[in-house]
Design a protein around this ligand. Structure first.
Ligand code: GUN
Length: 285
């Protein structure tokens, strides 16, 4: 069984990026800048944002944090995004989701300049991904693809099943597993809460991606012998962090699996850095 070690893979990517940033900084005369907007006090979001800031700092990216109170108005968030769109020192803009109740995230995301949309959530970048055009791909599925590539996992011609159809993971993951550059070329099924015979469907998958947000949802009977299992879940439970897969129950059945923590999570952050540096290069081209 191959443990798909996202922590080590992300560390390798980050050290590659550090060198790129150092070289480009000399060329462009400034560091890359990522603006991170965090609204409210959601504890998980606070942890994610802190991790993103720390990763930026380590890579030589200037992280500009905007922490806004939960009762901020829609207009104030929109005005901040408009200002960040015009700023020359800001290459990327990230609006941490979810937003507190009363704020409309899609309207905010639609306002982000697609060239600065390092999360890949703007409709223009979603469309570019769907069309196979250059743009920004969402960091979590991009991290999964990078993890598969760097572990030389064969995806072409394989049967992939994704559980979960979110805009952040399930939908873009499906598009990328269908084909991403010259990679992937899997046959993809996206399952969700209304999918009948979910267990049987999952048990047919050569590549199973769990992105449901329910601890230990994927049990041994849902996994094919020799499958590659990607666990996108990060669930807070009384016993600490738990993935969407019952790791201990399925680990002896699979050919490769991501741990939680230390699997997809660190890859998501690494891909945010990749996208930010790409934005910085385009901004300076
Ligand atoms: N909330 C959960 N995942 C993400 C992510 O990848 N980006 C942002 N902005 N918010 C999130």
């Amino acid at each position: 069984m191959i443990l798909l070690d996202g922590k080590a893979t992300a560390a390798a990517i980050r050290s590659e990026l550090k060198e790129t940033v150092a070289a480009k900084e000399t060329l462009y005369g400034r560091k890359p800048g990522l603006a991170v907007i965090l609204v409210g006090e959601d504890p998980a979001s606070q942890v994610y944002v802190r991790n993103k800031e720390r990763a930026c700092e380590n890579a030589g990216i200037e992280s500009l944090a905007y922490r806004l109170p939960a009762d901020v108005t829609q207009k104030d968030v929109e005005d901040l995004i408009r200002e960040l769109n015009t700023r020359d020192d800001v290459d990327g803009i990230l609006l941490q989701l979810p937003l507190p109740k009363g704020l409309d995230s899609q309207t905010c995301l639609d306002l982000i300049d697609p060239e600065k949309d390092v999360d890949g959530f703007h409709p223009v970048n979603v469309g570019r991904l769907a069309l196979g055009l250059p743009g920004y791909a969402p960091c979590t599925p991009a991290g999964v693809i990078e993890l598969l590539k760097r572990h030389e996992i064969t995806t072409s011609g394989k049967r992939a099943v994704i559980i979960g159809r979110s805009n952040i993971v399930g939908k873009p993951m499906a598009m990328m597993l269908w084909g991403y550059g010259d990679f992937a070329n899997a046959t993809v099924t996206v399952a969700h809460s209304r999918t009948p015979n979910l267990k049987e469907l999952c048990a047919e998958a050569d590549i199973l991606v769990a992105a449901i947000g329910r601890p230990h949802f994927v049990t041994a009977d849902m996994v094919k012998e020799g499958a590659v299992v990607i666990d996108v879940g990060i669930n807070r439970t009384d016993n600490g962090l738990a993935g969407d897969c019952d790791f201990d129950a399925i680990k002896d059945k699979v050919s490769a699996i991501t741990p939680v923590p230390g699997g997809v999570g660190p890859m998501t952050i690494a891909m945010l850095l990749v996208n930010t540096i790409q934005a910085y290069e385009r901004h300076n081209a």
